[in-house]
Design a protein around this ligand. Structure first.
Ligand code: PRX
Length: 630
């Protein structure tokens, strides 16, 4: 573990001067079924990246068998939605048995190495257990956030031809009981590949079970053994697929493979959180996102850490819930998103009263740029000016944290993710692809050299992976983010430079939302942009052209409902403006930068609009906007 700035400098230097040696040494920490001799083969043109190609392993063997001496240590503490419901605590030994039983149930259902399994579950222990069970038997999991609609779920099921869906009867979320199984039933009306739905009882809600297809997990669990041998996996076999939004088209399945992901999540977890044995760590993300994969499940469990999973929301029963949980378990490392920080800040300091938060040593932020005000509030009120804030920049595609302070080793600076971790070689490029050598200039953030958990492909469509990440700037991985570097070499992430909106730390593609809006029968065409939002970071603004109608229609709610149905509540536009037309170039492309400005309350400096086919529409849109906001 890196313990000082000299250590960091030495690690960084060796990781850049001799990356193969650096990562090969780190690989010695793991159990291999076959020790790898080839460390790395790569080219960023195809792209084709292989780490430890000739090695064989199983990631769960590195969680359970490798940590066997610590089998009585706590692995997962599960905190339920209701504060007075009993929590569940699993030692490594207990978790291992749960994972093995789950593995055996999957095997009994005919799931084999390489089969895809969709996990559509709320934050219950089985979410982590089922992921690990897939990994144990070599099946490829694809977790879908349980807030996505039936349509989004079936798109993902079909894209990866999943054989099994794992779900629950329902979900307790704040004061609501959410139907989960019903969404799966709906999704399966347009998916033919799924053979079985394995259902976990959580809420006890009355659900329909289709004979021959749907199976209750608790019935099956009693019929199987609680030991399952680990499947031998090649380093580059698929571990999981996780769908994420981009600038164009439908969400793509980002593919991560076994060995590189394993190394890098453990490495980043231990260094970024400076986790010591006995510490209690809590990441508030949902396992449906990459943060949950890497820093609730894999990273902490590989390290043998004690990790908390929380079923509920930060504001239930009230806005003191997070802080009460921190005190209840004496949380030492706390990792959350700026949106949650801003939302809790807006409720006022009275919700902090009665929580000492004195166990905290490190607090973290992830998912979106953290504004200075939120950073200061977090620092003053949660960290009590005594805990380093690790502002961690990374992505679904990077698998693990790329740029972050190391607590008490690298200084924290509000709004800066600071320095790259060992093995990460960032570069800033201008729009023509020239390296920006001067400091304090904004550029496109790219990475020069592969790190172990870089995405390998987008499932079923390698060309798309190449076009999205490796074609804009030849020879580099392009992140889609803008960034600048200060005189200390610290990086500040400025947000997406493409058509992706970051709403409450969730990535949403404008094209996806437009597609959904256009499904509304009243809509002719739409354009979606992000705009600054006090709590969510960015909100979604839809400019919509509608059909002539004599009826009085509540377009706002009707369009939001359409989006809810096609994607899910997280993508519902915050604002909708009915417009007579959209500013388009002669080639038919919507000039979004004009719409972005208008949605941000700016009505001039639109730049060169000489290529606009219909410049008059801009004034009309501004007039409508001003009317809406008055
Ligand atoms: O724009 C960056 C932003 O979130 C994007 C990645 O989103 P996703 O793949 O969903 O993963 C989120 C969790 C890792 C990035 O392209 N982002 C992530 N972390 C930060 C950030 N922006 C600024 N600061 C961060 N710390």
């Amino acid at each position: 573990m890196i313990k000082s700035i000299d250590d960091y400098n030495n690690h960084y230097k060796s990781s850049v001067e001799n990356p193969k040696k650096y990562w090969k040494e780190y690989a010695n920490n793991f159990i291999w079924k076959k020790y790898p001799n080839k460390v790395l083969a790569w080219n960023f043109n195809e792209p084709d990246v292989k780490w430890f190609e000739d090695g064989k392993l199983n990631i769960t063997e590195n969680i359970f068998e490798r940590n066997e001496n610590n089998k009585d240590d706590i692995a997962i503490i599960w905190e339920p939605n209701e504060p007075d419901e009993k929590n569940k605590i699993f030692t490594y030994d207990q978790l291992f048995k749960e994972v093995c039983s789950f593995s055996n149930v999957l095997k009994k259902m005919g799931v084999k190495k390489g089969d895809r399994v969709i996990i559509y579950l709320p934050m219950i222990p089985e979410a982590a257990i089922s992921m690990l069970a897939c990994a144990r038997i070599g099946a490829v999991h694809s977790v879908v956030f349980a807030g996505f609609s039936a349509k989004s779920l079936s798109d993902r099921i079909n894209d990866c031809s999943a054989k099994v869906v794992i779900t629950s009867d329902g979900n307790f979320r704040g004061s609501k009981v959410v139907d989960v199984k019903g969404v799966v039933d709906d999704a399966l009306k347009s998916s033919q590949c799924v053979e079985n739905v394995l259902t976990i009882k959580r809420t006890g809600s009355d659900v329909s079970m289709e004979r021959g297809r749907d199976v209750w997990y608790h019935n099956q669990k009693n019929l199987v053994d609680d030991y399952c041998p680990p499947e031998e996996m090649h380093s580059e076999d698929l571990l999981f697929i996780l769908y994420t939004s981009g600038s164009t088209g439908k969400p793509k399945g980002v593919v991560h493979t076994c060995a590189g992901y394993m190394l890098y999540t453990q490495f980043t977890f231990e260094n970024v959180f400076q986790y010591s044995k006995g510490d209690t760590y809590w990441c508030t993300a949902d396992v449906g996102w990459i943060t949950g994969h890497s820093y609730i499940v894999y990273g902490p469990l590989l390290k043998g850490a004690k990790t908390i999973m929380f079923e509920g929301v930060p504001t239930y029963p009230d806005a003191s819930r997070f802080w009460k949980i921190v005190d209840k378990y004496n949380v030492n490392q706390f990792y959350t998103a700026p949106t949650a920080i801003r939302a809790l800040q807006s409720f006022g300091k009275q919700y902090l009263e009665g929580s000492s938060l004195k166990s905290l040593k490190v607090i973290g932020s992830v998912g979106e740029p953290i504004n200075e005000e939120a950073w200061n509030w977090y620092n003053d009120n949660i960290g009590k000016n005594n805990c380093p804030i690790v502002d961690t920049w990374w992505q679904t595609e990077t698998g693990g944290i790329m740029i972050s302070p190391l607590p008490n080793i690298i200084d924290c600076k509000p709004t800066y993710a600071t320095l790259p971790l060992p093995g990460i070689q960032p570069i800033l490029l201008d729009n023509e692809g020239n390296e920006i050598l001067e400091n304090n200039i904004e550029g496109n953030l790219c990475i020069k050299y592969p790190w172990p958990s870089i995405l390998r492909t987008t499932y079923g469509d390698h060309k798309r992976c190449k076009e999205t990440y490796f074609s804009t700037f030849k020879g580099y991985y392009f992140t889609g983010d803008g960034a600048k570097r200060d005189d200390n070499g610290f990086y500040r992430i400025l947000g997406r430079v493409d058509d992706v909106i970051n709403v409450s730390g969730h990535r949403i593609g404008t094209a996806e939302v437009e597609d959904a809006i256009n499904q509304n029968i009243e809509v002719i065409e739409s354009a979606v942009v992000g705009f600054p939002h006090e709590i969510k970071g960015q909100g979604i603004f839809g400019f919509v052209i509608i059909k002539d109608s004599s009826e009085k229609i509540d377009y706002f709610n009707s369009i939001r409902e359409t989006v809810n149905k096609h994607i899910g509540p997280i993508a519902k536009p915050d604002q909708i403006l009915i417009v007579p037309g959209l500013p388009k170039t002669r080639s038919g492309k919507i000039m979004r930068r004009i719409l972005r400005k208008i949605a941000s309350d700016e009505f001039d400096n639109f730049g060169d609009i000489s290529t606009l086919l219909n410049p008059e529409v801009v004034e009309e849109i501004i007039t409508n906007y001003k009317t809406l906001n008055n």
